[in-house]
Design a protein around this ligand. Sequence first.
Ligand SMILES: [Zn+2]
Length: 142
Amino acid sequence: MKPQKLIESNKRFTKARRALLEVLKDRHLTFKEIYEELSKKGYTNISTLYNNLKFFLDNNLIIEINLDGVKYYDLGLDNPFHDHDSHLHMVIKDEDHYNPTIKEIDYPEIYDAIKSHPVFKHYDIEYIRILVSASPSKHKHK
Ligand SMILES: [Zn+2]
């Protein structure tokens, strides 16, 4: 089922599930960060969070980004820059590689370029997720 339809039609959209989608809006958070945000809203049941997260992952409403072994969660819907099947993220790291910033990159042409590559001709692509790791350039621009 399409993610949007699932949300509109499904009775299983409890308040806790809606709150989970809400905290992920325009952000990429780790499990711990999601938990902290939800706790502020009064949702403190960690196993409910596990279950809801799994439900959304299974239905492509939330996707997982693995950044150097740390999982970040991201909305697969209502996102102007990507759908659940196409993500281009840039991770900007500071000098200590601490507190990375994850940014959405708007570059839809890249998905077309990949999809039209002959190597994929006989396959149905499930998703394209690209992660570009970067740090601010040390070179002065001319
Ligand atoms: Zn994202």
